[in-house]
Design a protein around this ligand. Structure first.
Ligand code: 5GP
Ligand code: MG
Ligand code: MG
Length: 180
């Protein structure tokens, strides 16, 4: 697996610092609001776990799984809810935790769903942002790193369901995509 990585973009240490910083800001902003923190599976699962450890205020968590990509590296634009929330969002301050915003299609669909379910507020934190590739207007409330148009893996993010377990963020060698 390590042989498939061309270079490391963000080390464990860099990610840890950024996540701690995000958590601190979010904790300050959500103090006294008991937010419902929603992890968008699967990509955000590691970020979510590390993030909430850095938000030392009362909160609740839930999970939602959506799919828009299949095996490709580009969004199809068709978003499907694979696993829905267990709890109702009505009247709740909701914080969506995303791994990465690319076209923005997945997230704008999710925001729409949660607003239609009458969430009191919908806030978005993403660890990575690729603003150059946006096809809908969407600005996250909190973001970790801004990326150029490059496909990354690791720290929860996959290519063909692999590489999620890498503790850092890396870029794959081009031949990985062209392998039969
Ligand atoms: P969007 O709907 O914004 O185009 O896509 C968002 C989803 O696509 C992310 O949550 C993530 O699952 C996937 N995605 C977008 N860019 C990347 C990337 O660079 N690497 C990986 N592994 N997944 C990505
Ligand atoms: Mg995601
Ligand atoms: Mg994926």
């Amino acid at each position: 697996m390590l042989n498939d990585i061309q270079n490391v973009l963000f080390s464990e240490e860099q990610i840890r610092h950024k996540v701690a910083e995000l958590g601190e800001t979010i904790a300050r902003d959500f103090e006294g609001r008991n937010p419902l923190v929603i992890c968008v599976l699967k990509g955000a699962f590691i970020f979510m776990a590390d993030l909430v450890k850095n938000i030392p205020i009362p909160l609740e968590i839930d999970f939602m799984a959506v799919s828009s990509y299949g095996q490709s590296t580009k969004s199809s634009g068709v978003v499907k809810i694979i696993k829905d929330l267990d709890v109702t969002v009505e009247g709740r301050d909701v914080l969506i935790v995303e791994d990465i915003i690319d076209s923005g299609l997945t997230l704008s669909y999710l925001i729409d769903v949660l607003e239609r379910r009458n969430a009191l507020s919908v806030t978005v934190v993403t660890l990575f942002d690729k603003p150059a590739r946006r096809s809908v207007e969407l600005e996250p409330d909190y973001k970790g790193f801004t990326l150029p148009d490059e496909f990354i893996v690791g720290y929860g993010l996959d290519y063909g369901e692999k590489y999620r377990n890498l503790p850092y963020i890396g870029v794959l060698k081009p031949e990985v995509y062209t392998k039969p």
